[in-house]
Design a protein around this ligand. Sequence first.
Ligand code: HEC
Length: 171
Amino acid sequence: MDAHTKRNLWMRKILFFLLLALICILLAYTAYQQNKAWVVPEEAKSRTNPVPRSETALQAAGVLYRNDCAQCHGEHGKGDGPEARTHSPLPADLTDARRMSTVTDGEIFYQISEGKRPMPAFKNRMTEDQRWQLVLLVRSFARSPAPEREPVKTLPLQPDAVKNPAHSSSN
Ligand code: HEC
């Protein structure tokens, strides 16, 4: 082997390891991106929905949803669409009232607009109004038909004191 061939071989080895390192970095980066919490900027969170809730808006959103969201999030937002299982992380369950009560309308709008792998971004595919309509629809998924909670029954701390204030004032 002359010096030239030796150097060539050496270069190839280096290239091979560089490539391997690059693949590892890419894999680690993808995993990191997928596990990263979905960070929404504060100014996006505080935006309010300019589209009023109406039957028309919900119907329009329903059409968009069936075309662009249901394959992952499922017909009723449970995260059980036919494509759902092929994705990691799994599509979010939009009917989870407890979880959804922690996010603002602005946050949902941002998430629909920007997407996050594997969820695509919709800001170039839909108008702002369409995305806000979808926010209304997403909100309707987590709304349970039954009242959220029992009316709060407050008991007076000192029933006697309330009925007969004069009585309790004597020490
Ligand atoms: C390719 C599958 C896919 C499609 C299509 C998709 N999503 Fe998602 N969506 C996801 C995944 C996966 C997540 C969870 C991402 C994460 O938490 O890292 C998610 C998260 C969300 C969230 C955030 C919920 C939360 O608080 O965690 C909302 C809101 C949402 N999607 C709405 C929509 C709407 C509306 C559409 C249609 C316009 C849509 N998605 C289309 C896969 C998808």
